[in-house]
Design a protein around this ligand. Structure first.
Ligand code: ADP
Ligand code: MG
Length: 155
């Protein structure tokens, strides 16, 4: 599934639609270069899960952030500065992945082998100054159905 956004607000809206629909326990692998919009999409997903705006907009310097959400808790990982798979696992990544929250992993390609077989992969490409292309790939029928539901509400 491919979605193109024309500005950051549209990316936030896409994220909100996902965060409002994806089932508990979904792991979302965010892949894309620096400035692609991984964090912007993650903020939208968190808002969609009911995380308060003031928490979502705070800068992230940690490798994992836990956000309470009215719909679901959100666990936001940044694998950019993780040295290897072992360090990522030492953060307790698997405990988060197999809990009921939504797990977001920026720079997921750096820890591919740590991701559970069932996850949602989102590849982001910069296709213009303010244009971004999102390729969404679910690895299970259940997630694909949830994704279709989420995107049906996205305009
Ligand atoms: P990443 O986490 O992938 O490094 P960020 O989300 O931190 O990227 O930054 C994305 C940057 O691109 C922001 O400065 C944002 O304002 C800008 N931008 C421009 N157009 C878009 C768009 N359509 N979607 C998301 N971000 C956009
Ligand atoms: Mg980022």
């Amino acid at each position: 599934m491919r979605i193109t956004t024309q500005n950051e607000a549209q990316t936030l809206a896409l994220g909100r639609a996902l965060g409002a629909q994806l089932p508990p326990g979904t792991v979302i692998a965010l892949v894309g270069t620096l400035g692609a919009g991984k964090t912007a999409l993650a903020r939208g997903i968190s808002l969609g899960a009911g995380v308060p705006e003031e928490l979502v907009s705070s800068p992230t310097f940690m490798l994992v952030h836990e956000y309470p959400g009215t719909r679901l808790p959100v666990y936001h990982f940044d694998a950019y500065r993780v040295a290897d798979d072992d360090e990522f696992l030492e953060l307790g990544a698997e405990d988060y992945f197999y809990s009921a929250g939504l797990s977001l992993v920026e720079w997921a390609d750096r820890v591919t082998r740590c991701l559970p077989p069932e996850h949602l992969r989102i590849e982001i490409r910069v296709s213009g100054a303010d244009q971004r292309q999102f390729d969404l790939l679910a690895t299970s029928a259940a997630l694909t159905a949830a994704l279709e539901q989420a995107l049906a509400h996205f305009s």
